[in-house]
Write a protein that binds this ligand. Sequence first.
Ligand code: ATP
Ligand code: MG
Length: 268
Amino acid sequence: MRIGIMGGTFDPIHLGHLRAAEEIYWAFDLDKIIFIPSSRPPHKDANKVAPALHRYEMVSLATIFTPYFSVSSIEIDRPGRSYSVETVQEIQKVYGKDAVLYFIVGVDAFLEISTWKDARELLACVRFIVTARPGWRLDDVERSLRSKQLEKLGNPRFRYLKISEIESEAEIKTPKKGLVLLVEVVSHDISSTEIRHLVEEGRSIRFLVPDTVAAYMDKNQLYRENSRRRAGSVRDVEALKLRSSELKIHDAGNPRGRLLGELRSKKD
Ligand code: ATP
Ligand code: MG
C-alpha cells in the first residue's frame, strides 16, 4: 500500500492544502492520503490555535466526499506534544512494514525541518515529498539550508521535479529513502493565517475553503473574536432576498420554473 501523510495545524484546512494533496495523490499513484491535524503544534502558540476537535471536524468535512482522502486523530489522541517521527512510526505499525509511506510537506515547513524532533530519523523512515508554495523557491531549497542543517538531516539528496516528469518516470514514483523530492505542484496563494484574518474582518472566504468548512466555521463562530461582521450579515440577508425574487421570476412560466413547479406538486 502506498500512503501519503499530510500533517498540519489545519487552522482551518483550505483549498491550498487539498489541491497539493490531490496532485501528489495522482502523480505518485498513491492509495490514499491521510490528513493528520496536530494537537498542540510544537512550533505554534497553542493558545492561539483553535481547539483540536474543531480543526479535526473541518478536515473531516473537507475530505468526506473524496474516497482516497481520510483524516486521523492519531496526534490529537496522543497526550502531550505532537511529533511527526512518532506519528509515522505508529502509522507504519498499523499498516505493516510493506506499506510505503510518503510524507508530504510544503516548502515553508520543510525549511524548518532541522528544528523538528529526530529529523534525521524521520527522513530515513519515509519518502519525503516537498511541495511548492507561492513565495518560496522550490529549486533553491538545498542552497537555502546551511551545511549544519543538512548534516543534521543526514545529508539527504534532493531532486527537483515537475508533475509531468513524475508521470513519465515510473521508478521515481517509489524513490529510494533518503532522497527528498521537490515537486512543483500548481500552488495556490492561500494560507490559514489569511483566512483567519478575513473572517475576523467579516470578509468573504468563499472559494478559499470548501463551502462545508465555511459553514462549520460560521456555525461555530470560529475566528470571530474581534469580528466586525454586522455589515456582512446585512449583505447576506439582502443576497437571500435577491435569490428568492429570482425564483419567482422563473416560476412565471419558463421551463426551469415549470420544472420546479412539477417537482413541488410531485412532493405534495
Ligand atoms: P498558517 O498560516 O496558520 O501557518 P498554513 O496555511 O501554513 O497555516 P498549515 O496547517 O501550517 O497551513 O500547513 C500544513 C502543511 O500544508 C504544511 O506542510 C504547509 O507547508 C502546507 N501548505 C499550507 N498551505 C499550502 C498551500 N497554499 N499550498 C501548498 N501547501 C500548503
Ligand atoms: Mg503554516
